[in-house]
Design a binder for this molecule. Structure first.
Ligand code: IMP
Ligand code: MG
Length: 184
């Protein structure tokens, strides 16, 4: 696939840079209130949540620790298989800690369901999920984000960390990808 100009592949911008910034500030305030005495471990799920994660942590006015986990789900890129491969695990022990998993998007819920089960088995004091986007579609795992940026319809989106085949993460907005770019 040859991409000359990523912007040309966007059908519609759903959230602008300004919309995202405003919402990230709001979620950051909520998390500050919730976690100000807890020194949470903020878990970034690479690579999709990297842009959101950094911005969100900067809006949290409390002590926190950063840790990173890199996962990839098997299958093609536009649909989750639910089988998650851990490429890089957390550096720290989360036993007894208050953990916040930061995700880019929850679609079927399979990925986050897998991660919740895996991290819960390490006996954290608490574990919650914040997702930038909550896709209103087919949710087949009984999972709900504790905090979310935006609800979106069941369309394929890219930008602000979200990718298709590794591209488009650096777009400063969240946009709907033209169907011809991911269906062939
Ligand atoms: P789930 O396991 O179906 O909830 O899917 C979660 C993962 O699928 C996300 O972390 C993304 O990597 C990917 N994904 C689902 N929907 C989209 C989308 O619209 N754009 C980009 N990636 C998506
Ligand atoms: Mg992805």
């Amino acid at each position: 696939m040859m991409i000359r100009n990523a912007k040309e592949d966007i059908k519609k911008i759903l959230y602008t840079r300004e919309d995202i910034h405003k919402r990230v500030c709001e979620v950051g305030k909520i998390l500050t209130e919730e976690y100000k005495d807890k020194d949470p471990v903020m878990v970034c799920i690479l690579k999709g949540s990297a842009y959101f994660y950094i911005d969100l942590c900067r809006e949290m006015d409390c002590h926190l620790k950063n840790d990173f986990m890199s996962v990839s789900s098997y299958g093609n890129d536009a649909k989750s298989s639910g089988i998650v491969k851990i490429i890089k695990d957390l550096d720290s022990d989360i036993n007894g800690k208050d953990v916040v998993i930061v995700e880019d998007i929850i679609d079927t819920g399979r990925t986050i369901n897998y991660l919740m089960n895996m991290l819960s088995s390490r006996h954290p004091n608490s574990i919650k999920v914040v997702t930038l986007l909550n896709k209103l579609g087919v949710r087949d795992a009984k999972i709900k984000a504790d905090y979310k940026g935006f609800d979106i319809d069941n369309v394929f989106v890219v930008g602000y960390g979200l990718d298709y085949a590794g591209f488009y993460r650096n777009l400063p907005y969240i946009g709907e990808l033209k169907e011809e770019c991911y269906k062939n």
